[in-house]
Design a binder for this molecule. Structure first.
Ligand SMILES: [Zn+2]
Length: 254
């Protein structure tokens, strides 16, 4: 009766009646999946303390009798991320990343790169290896790369002038075009364009081109961090098509 087993990170829980929960996971082997956890609300022993936001588990699921949603059969804890759970800002970032992944991915489409990215970033956040603001910049840049939406930052998207040949120190990040435009090419489209220094654009490019370990060793100056965060937290929801609730909460919190 076993349908599959996989490491999995909890993305979302939804109450179903008085007894059950529907759980969405990002699983290593099957991508985003939704399963039903029977009696998880009613019984304290069943899955006790396991089905919390962004816990990392090993799960075993079986087919349901009527061919509906798979049923969560067993779960064992791989990491409960107590370092994240005990801190409000870290919890807010982890909630943003998991909401983003839940909203972006389709069910049963294996995305091992995204699983590894989330796993890596949650570990780093939990162990407080770098500031959570830096970690979220790294997460978003790499997430956009893995989903095929890497911003184009090497040259103006309208006239193709290379960033080093643009005279001004500031360019505009065009959310709809998904990259930078020089000031000469920016007329009339102000609503979806945010100013960004060339230094910050190069800095985001560098994170795109290198691995997360190297990016974590970078020294972020506060202006670049602020600009990168501002641009990414506009660019990502623009392509998602809505503002994640957890991002709004995060912004209020800061
Ligand atoms: Zn241009």
């Amino acid at each position: 009766m076993i349908c599959f087993s996989s490491p999995a990170i909890l993305l979302k829980r939804t109450d179903v009646g008085d007894y059950d929960l529907i759980i969405s996971f990002l699983s290593l082997h099957r991508g985003r999946i939704s399963v039903i956890a029977k009696n998880a609300k009613k019984s304290r022993r069943r899955f006790s303390g396991l089905l919390e936001p962004f816990t990392k588990l090993d799960i075993v699921c079986r087919k349901s009798r009527n061919n509906g949603m798979p049923v969560l059969q067993e779960a064992s804890m791989k990491s409960s991320y107590t370092g994240i759970r005990g801190a409000l800002i870290e919890t807010a970032y982890a909630s943003y990343w998991t909401e983003l992944i839940h909203g972006w991915l389709e069910d049963y489409k294996s995305q091992p790169g995204i699983y590894r990215l989330l796993d890596y970033c949650l570990d780093a956040l939990d162990q407080k290896q770098v500031s959570p603001h830096v970690m979220s910049v790294i997460f978003q840049v790499r997430f956009m790369g893995l989903t095929g939406f890497s911003p184009h930052l090497e040259s103006c998207m309208a006239c193709a002038r290379l960033i080093d040949d643009i005279r001004s120190n500031t360019v505009l990040f065009d959310l709809a075009k998904g990259g930078i435009v020089c000031n000469g090419c920016s007329a009339g489209e102000g609503r979806f364009q945010l100013p960004i220094s060339k230094g910050t654009a190069k800095f985001i490019s560098w994170i795109q081109a290198n691995d997360a370990d190297s990016a974590m060793r970078l020294r972020f100056n506060s202006q670049s961090l602020e600009e990168a965060r501002h641009v990414l937290e506009a660019f990502v929801p623009y392509h998602l098509g809505r503002m994640p609730k957890s991002l709004k909460f995060l912004k209020d919190l800061r």
